[in-house]
Design a protein around this ligand. Sequence first.
Ligand SMILES: NC(=O)c1ccc[n+]([C@@H]2O[C@H](COP(=O)([O-])OP(=O)(O)OC[C@H]3O[C@@H](n4cnc5c(N)ncnc54)[C@H](O)[C@@H]3O)[C@@H](O)[C@H]2O)c1
Length: 459
Amino acid sequence: MIDDMVSTNAKQDTADLPEQGMALLARLKSKTAKVAVIGLGYVGLPLAVTAATRANPVIGFDIDAEKLTQLEAGTSYIEAVSQDALQKVAGEAFTWTSDFSMLRSCDVIVICVPTPLSAHREPDLSYVEKTAAEIARYMSEETLVVLESTTFPGTADDVLVPILEQSGLKAGEDFFIASSPEREDPGNASYRTATIPKIVGADGKMARLLAVQFYSGVVDKVVPVSSTRTAEAVKITENIFRAVNIALVNELKVIYDAMDIDIWEVIDGAATKPFGFMPFYPGPGLGGHCIPIDPFYLTWKAREHELATRFIELAGEVNASMPTYVVGRLRDVIDQTHGRGLRGARILIVGIAYKKNVTDMRESPSMRIMDVLRAQNANVDYLDPLVPTVPKMRDYPQFEGKTSVAASDVAGANYDAIVVATDHDDVDYAALADLGVPIIDTRNVFARRNLPMDNITKA
Ligand SMILES: NC(=O)c1ccc[n+]([C@@H]2O[C@H](COP(=O)([O-])OP(=O)(O)OC[C@H]3O[C@@H](n4cnc5c(N)ncnc54)[C@H](O)[C@@H]3O)[C@@H](O)[C@H]2O)c1
């Protein structure tokens, strides 16, 4: 692709190109450019290992000593990175450190640090800003800096560049900026870092050429767009699209529940239309580091332009109300079957990770369900083969250290009801159905497996 870009416009383009950047372009072409990946989490570690395997030597940077210790032991702590893939490059093409002075030797610096919301649900760019300050301290001339973290349009230009220019170097002349937001989908075995098309936006011809050249070595398909802002907007649009569509089916679920119509059957039916419909599925609420958070980066930014973001806010409201809706359905079922309320009821939550087959607990709606149940004096246990212990979570410190019940203990525990909140594959749903206990199924697992539906309430 990069060769196409160069050859199509060869004569006028190379004539227009500044001298600054040409040496880096040559190093990228010969795969000798050294790459820094800052933030070795869900996004950074797969990128670092993929880049080291396919293209360039990589130094990973992280401030979390525990992660570096695990890498030292050759252990991958991210499901998308196999032990084998890590060990093939660890210590050679891929090394790691917390010493940011090592940035001096790096030609490409990729930022993969968190972009959460503050306690007041506003963008918290402090991780990006701190990282930028470290880069400004050590960056050499003729470096390409890429922002992969998800954020509002304008972050690279308006937040990153001013901090990087405190180095005395000038963007577009002494160093180059690009945005290439990551589209990783944890738990999706069909797509990996290398096979997900990569949006790359940069301001200026040389920056774009360098960024496209770099990513062409790392991933199968690069999709250049006209600016860093456009690239950032692409990512946030994708996540808003998901948030809004999930909110829509969640709203429809509530309406169809009231009409005694099965939303899952409706969606499966609608999905047979070969055009104009794309299935999204309801659930107990939104989870993960992206969909519940990223849309509000745009909401915040839109305020600067005095523009309302009613769709986004409404989707957030609908999705945030789902855990309480599920608890309401549970209360009704317990009332009908046991003739009482939630006080003192013994409830088992099955699946507390935010989605199936992952260990990630960030923003998991299961925690909200557990919290609401506790507030109503129910006794709550959980079963999750992938989350043996509840990790530290900012909003739910009361659950830290709580452990999963063993699958073998469920039958003897006399639960009044069960809520399936996350549909991990590694759960014996047939055994749960056999208990004869009322089950609230938020993921349609029992119908999908053709299990007896006598005790199942979809919600
Ligand atoms: N997790 C996903 O599925 C996903 C998908 C697409 C995009 N994203 C975006 O990618 C970005 C990173 O998300 P993530 O899920 O990988 O987060 P993460 O929490 O898994 O990893 C971030 C890493 O950055 C490290 N870190 C924090 N501050 C640092 C600093 N100053 N210097 C060096 N390292 C630092 C943390 O210790 C952590 O290891 C976010 O903007 C997120 O929205 C995430």
